[in-house]
Write a protein that binds this ligand. Structure first.
Ligand code: SAM
Length: 305
């Protein structure tokens, strides 16, 4: 092993000392890791800048992690940009709850692009905090190792990666281990957009507003949104509590304008008024749109001709 010394500007030294103190590692380890990461990120990239790349670039960037949305279900709703990003990546990771089970995002990708090989990584979805955190730690470490070895890694997710997606925890987990990781996302079509189209629901006029909430949000938060007649309210993760959602919609006099979309683009798809299905069980993959009451939105100012 070769010993070398290097001059560090005072500011950088202070930042390094505060980082090693919080991360519980030695300065030497940080310097070694930083050099290894820099080389992994930049090896063979002499003509490319180290930042500013968008995921639709032609070449993979070593050490970059890209969250890719594959849409709500139909293969036809996987975007060309998503396929491009997945074909470009050195590795494509698909979340699953068991290594023997094909997850939702993988199912969609198999239909859209059977040639793309995925690697499954196991997540725990049950609310056991420790088991979830442990699984995420294992996944983050594995992705960290791939990035460190110079791979561009794509992580697929249902719908869009920037909304209620595992991608947020994976980015956090990887960044905790490898803070300089470049991250990027490729947007995906979301379930509520699909429901708006299939259910013939205009989400907003030019002035109304829209909010997306998990159905598990506090009742008073939901009630406040529903009380605003100019607000279209979208509920995610509401399948298991569809009758409670229906009750809240009814109390707010919003039941008549509410539509349920279940398993959109998948086998067993159902699009129906909430009032017609409120007493039936619905799957986890269900969303509801409570459309702002018609004509309640402020009208655009009429401009003089
Ligand atoms: C973990 S979140 C994933 C959201 C996803 N990132 C998105 O952008 O749509 C899961 C929730 O998304 C909604 N969802 C996703 N795909 C759906 C589908 N195909 N049909 C109905 N709802 C869906 C449901 O509300 C479900 O409970």
């Amino acid at each position: 092993m070769q010993k070398s010394s290097v001059y560090l500007p005072e500011q950088l030294k202070k930042r390094m000392q505060s980082y090693v103190a919080s991360a519980g590692i030695s300065e030497a380890q940080l310097i070694r890791d930083a050099i290894a990461s820099y080389l992994a990120d930049n090896a063979g990239q002499t003509t490319q800048p180290s930042s500013g790349h968008k995921p639709d670039d032609q070449t993979a960037i070593p050490g970059r992690l890209v969250g890719v949305g594959v849409g709500p279900g139909p293969a036809t709703m996987v975007t060309i940009e998503a396929l491009h990003a997945l074909r470009r990546a050195d590795r494509v990771i698909a979340p699953c709850t068991s290594l023997e089970a094909v997850g939702r995002a993988e199912t969609i990708l198999r239909q859209a692009a059977p040639d793309i090989v995925v690697e499954r990584m196991k997540f725990v979805m049950q609310p056991d905090h420790k088991a979830r955190a442990d699984a995420l730690q294992i996944v983050s470490q594995q992705i960290h190792d791939y990035l460190q070895a110079g791979d561009e890694v794509a992580f697929i997710t249902l719908g869009d990666p920037n909304m209620y997606s595992t991608v947020s925890s994976v980015f956090d987990g990887v960044l905790a281990l490898r803070p300089h990781t470049k991250t990027a996302t490729v947007p995906g079509i979301m379930a509520f957009q699909t429901l708006a189209s299939k259910g013939d629901v205009m989400l907003t006029d030019e002035q109304q507003t829209l909010v997306v909430l998990p159905a598990s949000a506090p009742q008073d938060v939901i009630a406040a949104e529903l009380a605003n007649p100019e607000r279209t309210v979208v509920f995610y993760k509401g399948g298991g509590r569809i009758s409670a959602v229906a009750d809240q919609l009814e109390s707010a006099d919003r039941l008549d304008n509410a539509m349920l979309g279940e398993l959109l683009g998948m086998a067993g798809e159902q699009v129906a008024p909430v009032a017609d299905v409120r007493d039936r069980p619905a799957s986890y993959l269900s969303c509801v749109i409570a459309q702002a009451p018609k004509g309640a939105g402020p009208k655009p100012e009429t401009k003089p001709q």
